[in-house]
Design a protein around this ligand. Structure first.
Ligand SMILES: Nc1nc2c(c(=O)[nH]1)N[C@@H](CN(C=O)c1ccc(C(=O)N[C@@H](CCC(=O)O)C(=O)O)cc1)CN2
Length: 281
């Protein structure tokens, strides 16, 4: 079987062209105003700094502006909440991204939830999650929404399929499961206390690896013909799933790198442009 490669890198590049046109059209009808994404990086984690930089670069590629807020690793919850409040009240800011993880002394959930719903272009608030889960209008969490967009683009059939999500984090596993449910999949969520993980994974028509451990999900656990989505990103270009032995026997898969990662960033920018368009003109 020749598997379909769900090529997020190429797709994100082509969608950036469309976003560039939208930003340009917005500028033309609003005296040069452009959507602005505020990115907040707390502390000096090198990987987080890289991801935030990639997000700022993506803003620039589509003609948007970004406002890079950098706060020291000693920042308190109150200080971060005050910064988010300032950005919520800044009419020139259309989206707010708080890079995860924040240093451990900070109440990350309280800070995510302080982001105004209409500026929550990364889809991290409880309110946004609840609205999305109920099928109401809200920006989706960037990685799972990016995965839904890539599945939709490649016309992967979801309705009635058994989707197994391995991982239950607030910004990946849980919203992923809800989005697949909204798309009429039958969804199983697996996690660190799940018993018989290989047996459950064997049942997956669509498997999403969102566990955050390199090649934790073994190729032999995955059935022939499955659609395999790997949301992991680890040094050395490996994901959460042992992909190499699978490429000839699954029906489709996201490569690592070049699959889910670029879709995460594209979805953040896509939702920021949407927010900017709503606020500006
Ligand atoms: N507030 C958020 N924090 C975090 C999120 C998020 O969506 N919102 N996701 C992750 C990390 N992340 C974005 O922040 C991210 C990780 C990886 C990539 C990516 O494109 N990876 C490339 C490879 C990059 C390279 O090493 O060159 C790929 O997979 O092709 C994008 C975004 C945690 N925090």
């Amino acid at each position: 079987m020749t598997a379909l490669i769900l090529d997020g890198k190429t797709l994100a590049a082509s969608w950036e062209e469309q976003l560039t046109e939208r930003v340009s059209a917005l500028k033309n009808r609003s005296n040069g105003r452009t959507p602005i994404l505020a990115t907040i990086l707390v502390g000096d984690d090198p990987a987080s700094a890289t991801y935030v930089k990639m997000k700022g670069n993506a803003c620039r590629r589509v003609g948007m502006d970004s406002l890079a807020v950098e706060m020291p690793g000693s920042t308190s919850t109150e200080q971060l909440l005050a910064k988010i409040d300032e950005l919520n009240n800044d009419p020139n800011v259309h989206g707010i991204l708080l890079q995860h993880p924040v240093p451990e002394q900070i109440d990350e959930r309280a800070c995510f939830d302080a982001i105004a719903l209409h500026k929550d272009v990364d889809g991290v608030t409880c309110l946004g999650f609840g609205r999305m889960a109920m099928g109401e209008d809200a920006y989706g969490c960037a990685t799972p929404k990016g995965i839904m967009r890539i599945l939709e683009h490649y016309k992967i059939d979801i309705e009635g399929k058994h989707a197994v999500v391995v991982g239950r984090s607030a910004i990946l596993g849980k919203p992923m499961a809800m989005m697949l449910l909204e798309a009429n999949a039958t969804v199983t969520i697996c996690h660190s206390r799940t018993k018989n993980l290989p047996d459950l994974i064997k049942q997956a028509d669509i498997l999403v690896g969102a566990v955050g451990k390199p090649e934790f999900i073994k190729a032999e656990w995955i059935k022939d013909g499955a659609v395999v989505v790997d949301a992991g990103y680890h040094p050395g270009g490996v994901g959460d799933i042992e992909l190499a032995p699978l490429v000839d026997r699954v029906s489709a898969y996201t490569p690592v790198p070049g699959g889910v990662g670029p879709m995460t960033i594209n979805t953040l920018i896509f939702q920021s442009v949407d927010s900017g368009e709503k606020a500006i003109a």
